[in-house]
Design a binder for this molecule. Structure first.
Ligand SMILES: NC(=O)c1ccc[n+]([C@@H]2O[C@H](COP(=O)([O-])OP(=O)(O)OC[C@H]3O[C@@H](n4cnc5c(N)ncnc54)[C@H](OP(=O)(O)O)[C@@H]3O)[C@@H](O)[C@H]2O)c1
Length: 240
């Protein structure tokens, strides 16, 4: 059965790998992000549909909802992957501005699409959130980890609400994942080595590691797995 999959932040990194994984199955995949050129390029590569929008903006999200409703009528899987640490990317400002920036980038980009699209989900639908190991181990004093952590109880409540419709809601928590725009060239060799040393697998993660886990959680066979956080970080969440 061909499903309709929506992946936020699907133009780069983890989201692109997730989108490609579903597209490889023959699913209809819609990728959403702010940069239209980046999205169009990725969409051509993986055989997806690009929809440019800032998912922290309620008006943009409403436009996405209307577009999806008109094109497809319903959706099967929503992958809330968009996000990042705006403090890492050098966003300036006082404490309130930095925390608000990460709130918009990580909480609103997940909550607004979820609230807007939840009524479009088919029975046996799936909602996925991409959190971070930072929600468990901190993010060097930035507001990124705390903002990711805010998604967890939201996902648990949503799982209870949508469960009777046969819809599952789960969260994946990556550790260091390379080949994405997340670090924007700011990850030094020393810090990289330290993060790899925290894993039990002795390696950095790949976007494919996350994509395979998301794909499994979205599969029909995972229908009794809900309200869970799946760690995709080589055991680093346990610490060394
Ligand atoms: N890489 C890691 O080590 C790592 C570890 C743990 C968790 N994560 C999480 O994994 C997710 C994917 O990150 P990544 O590593 O693949 O980095 P990435 O390449 O920077 O991907 C983030 C994506 O989110 C999109 N995005 C950001 N803000 C958005 C907004 N307001 N509206 C719509 N789209 C938005 C970006 O596209 P535009 O800029 O074009 O909007 C981009 O495609 C993020 O939630 C990140 O926090 C990453």
């Amino acid at each position: 059965m061909t499903r309709t999959i929506v992946v936020s932040g699907g133009g780069t990194g983890i989201g692109k790998a997730v989108a490609a994984r579903f597209a490889a199955d023959g699913d209809r995949v819609v990728i959403v992000g702010r940069r239209a050129d980046v999205l169009e390029k990725a969409a051509r590569e993986i055989g997806a549909t690009a929809l440019a929008a800032d998912l922290s903006d309620p008006a943009d999200v409403e436009r996405v909802r209307a577009d999806l409703a008109e094109r497809f009528g319903s959706i099967d899987v929503l992958v809330n992957n968009a996000g990042g640490n705006v403090e890492r990317h050098g966003e300036q400002g006082d404490v309130a501005q930095r925390w608000t920036g990460n709130f918009r980038a990580n909480v609103l980009t997940a909550v607004l699409p979820t609230e807007a699209l939840r009524d479009l989900l088919n029975p046996s639908g799936r909602v996925l959130f991409v959190t971070s190991i930072a929600a468990f181990r901190g993010s060097s004093g930035t507001s990124y980890g705390p903002m990711k952590a805010a998604l967890h109880p939201y996902a648990f409540d949503l799982a209870a609400t949508l469960g009777p419709r046969g819809i599952t809601v789960n969260v994946v928590a990556p550790g260091l994942i390379e080949d994405t725009e997340f670090f924007g060239g700011t990850l030094g060799d020393e810090r990289r080595a330290m993060l790899v040393a925290q894993t039990h697998t002795g390696r950095a993660g790949t976007p494919q590691d996350v994509a395979e886990t998301v794909h499994w959680l979205a599969s029909p066979g995972s229908g009794h797995v809900t309200a869970q956080i799946v760690q995709v970080n080589g055991g680093a969440e346990r610490g060394r």
